[in-house]
Structures are given as C-alpha cells and as structure tokens.
Design a protein around this ligand. Structure first.
Ligand SMILES: Cc1ncc(C[n+]2csc(CCOP(=O)(O)OP(=O)(O)O)c2C)c(N)n1
Ligand SMILES: [Mg+2]
Length: 351
C-alpha cells in the first residue's frame, strides 16, 4: 500500500525546506491566480473578524486564515464540475470556487441575498452552481456524506470526483472508518482530505492520538494515503491532481493528510492558551501568500505597481461585499416554511 510521508515534517518540528517546495512547475497564470485568490480569502476573512467583533453578525465564526494554500491548490487540480464538501470553517471555499464574496458576506449577515438565502450563516455555505455541498457543523458529519455524493456519481456513471474536507479532530470520528471501508470496497471517486491544522479547538493532535501521522488512518483499508505540505499550493495541487486521476480511472479513494495551520483561534472566542506565540510565528514564516508573491517577484511576473493594483482591487471587492450585505434585506417570515423537507405520508414517524 502507498502510505507516504515524503514531505518534510513542517511547523514547530521543522520547516519544509525551499527545495521541498519544488514541484512539476506551474504557469504564470496559475501563480497570479493563486496570489489574487489567496489574498481575497485572507482579506475577506480579516474583515469578517472585524465585523464579528463589531457584532454586525452573530452565531459562530471560524476563520480559515493561514490555510488558504489548501484551497488554492485544490482549485488548480480539479474540474469545475467536481464536487466539494467541508465542515464549518467554510467561508473561503465558495470564494475559492469562484463565487462573488458578496454572497458569502450576505450569508454571514443572515440576509436573503446570501448563498444559502440567509438561513445557514457562517457554518452553512452552499453553492449548487459550483457543486459546493456545504458547510457542515457536526464534526465529521460530512465524511459519509462526501462518500455518498461520490457513490451517486459512480452509480449514475458521471465522471466527477468529490473532494471531502474534514479536520484533524473530525478524523477521530468513528464514521470515518465505516466510510473508508465502503469507499474502498466500492472504489468510490472521492478524495478524503484531512485539513490538519494541528488542533481540534484547543486540543492538539498529540494529545488525542498515539498515531500522529494521520495519513496512517488509511492503512487498514489499503487506501493510498499521503502527507502533504499544506503551506505549499504547488504540493497540494500535485497531490490532489494525482488523487483525482486515480478517482476518475475507477481506482477509488485517496486519503491526503494536508498539514496546515490556522493563525487565528478556533473561533472568535478562543483565548489560545494551548499554543505559544512563537509557534504561530513559525508557521507565518512559511506563509503561502508571501511564498507565491516571492515567486511572482523573482520571475518579474508583476511590477510593484501592478501588485498594488491587485491589492486595491481586493480591498474594493471586500468593501463592496460588506456594503451589499449591509444593504440587503433579511428573509421574509414565509421563508421559514420553504426549503424544509416534508413528506406528509412519511411512514416512519409515530405519534
Ligand atoms: C459531533 C460534534 N462533536 C463536537 C462538536 C464541537 N466542536 C466543534 S468544532 C470542534 C473541533 C473540530 O476540530 P477539527 O476537526 O480539527 O477542525 P478545525 O476546527 O481545526 O478546522 C469540536 C469538537 C461538534 N460540532 N460536533
Ligand atoms: Mg483541526
């Protein structure tokens, strides 16, 4: 079986060397897109944090800041028709898939113009057009759902791959094992991705498991499993592209343990007593946006003036999103009764 931890262990235990960032090579267009997309995800979320503190919207708010290279790499590796499902740390996913950020902001505000009609909020971003199947708040709940989507595609003989994201904490849910077993037995076209940001709320991977290399979770099922440097969009794109190819060829699922890091707390109310400032700084030294910008500068793909222009464009897009959310209406009361599953003759409900 192919379990590999070929990439250097990163973070507090040792940074990935520059050499380990070398991959098959991506184009100028890809690097420019990566810079723009990751900067948008980051600036959008920084604004979310500010707005949350100003109580512009309520509920939970889990920021993705630091993890952007995972989505940047994924978008490079999959097709627009492929499917994506994730947990509650989900503001960046629709943006990475190409949704205008104003629909995400409106959703955070609970406005009717939001991507889930204002009924989902922070943890439930959906986009039918871009095949984003949510946004799920039950830790690990999306693992069997992701396999189910892949099953449906295989059953209908449709040539799609499902990318199923979950956290390191979620990887300890029992349903992962049932799902892995079925997905391997039926060779489903699904890519299981542990977005391993090292913590489940305030609890580190080391504190909850004897096995800290989460790629080993695929071993009992002989699922091809790899550990990937999640601060490198190149490495992520390489790994997901290979996994997608396996899925499309009918070879079944792949498990990717993508090692990343969140710079902010678990949610907005996290005092972060479980980690040191030095640890956070060590990861910031490997920041994927800086890395991509350095490549762009080295190759002289954008002038300083052009870089400033892109930064301003992103700032304007975020401001436009806030204005759109502020000016949109809340859903009307009758919306309460729409989009709710009902079946009057459902046979299993008893008084
Ligand atoms: C079934 C279930 N148990 C507990 C919780 C509470 N909870 C919310 S987030 C979280 C931590 C999950 O961590 P991880 O899977 O690593 O994802 P991350 O937040 O790091 O992205 C927990 C325990 C929940 N939402 N659902
Ligand atoms: Mg985590």
């Amino acid at each position: 079986m192919a379990t590999s931890t070929a990439n250097t262990k990163r973070g507090p235990k040792g940074k990935a060397s520059e050499a380990s960032k070398k991959t098959k090579g991506y184009s100028k267009a890809t690097y420019l897109k990566w810079y723009r997309d990751m900067l948008l995800m980051r600036k959008f979320e920084e604004k979310c944090g500010q707005l949350y503190i100003q109580q512009k919207f309520g509920g939970f708010c889990h920021l993705y800041i630091g993890q952007e290279a995972v989505l940047a790499g994924m978008v490079e590796a999959i097709r627009p028709t492929d499917r994506v499902i994730t947990a509650y740390r989900d503001h960046a996913h629709p943006i990475a898939l190409g949704m205008h950020p104003k629909y995400v902001m409106a959703e955070l505000y609970g406005k009717v113009t939001g991507c889930s009609k204002g009924k989902g909020g922070s943890m439930h971003m959906f986009d039918k057009e871009r095949n984003l199947f949510g946004g799920h708040g039950i830790v690990g709940g999306q693992i069997p759902l992701g396999a189910g989507i892949a099953f449906a595609d295989k059953y209908r003989k449709e040539d799609h791959v499902t990318v199923c994201f979950f956290g390191d904490g979620a990887s300890r849910q029992g349903s992962l094992h049932e799902t892995f077993n079925m997905a391997m037995t039926w060779k489903l076209p699904v890519i299981f991705i542990v977005e391993n940001n090292q913590y489940a709320m305030g609890t580190s991977v080391e504190r909850t498991s004897n096995v800290t290399d989460l790629s080993k979770l695929g071993a009992s099922y002989e699922m091809p499993s790899f550990t990937v440097d999640g601060m490198s969009p190149e490495k992520v794109a390489d790994a997901i592209a290979s996994a997608a190819e396996r899925g499309r060829k009918g070879e079944g699922p792949t498990l990717l343990n993508i090692e990343t890091y969140r710079y902010k707390g678990h949610s907005m109310s996290d005092p972060q007593k479980y980690r040191s400032k030095d640890e956070v700084e060590e990861f910031k030294d490997q920041d994927p946006i800086n890395h991509v910008l350095n490549v762009i500068k080295e190759k002289k793909w954008m002038s300083e003036a052009k870089i400033k222009e892109v930064q301003q464009e992103i700032k304007d897009l975020v401001a436009e999103s806030v204005q759109f959310a502020e000016e949109s209406d809340y859903p009307p009361a009758e919306e309460l009764y729409k989009d709710v599953y009902t079946q009057e003759d459902y046979p299993f409900v008893r008084d």
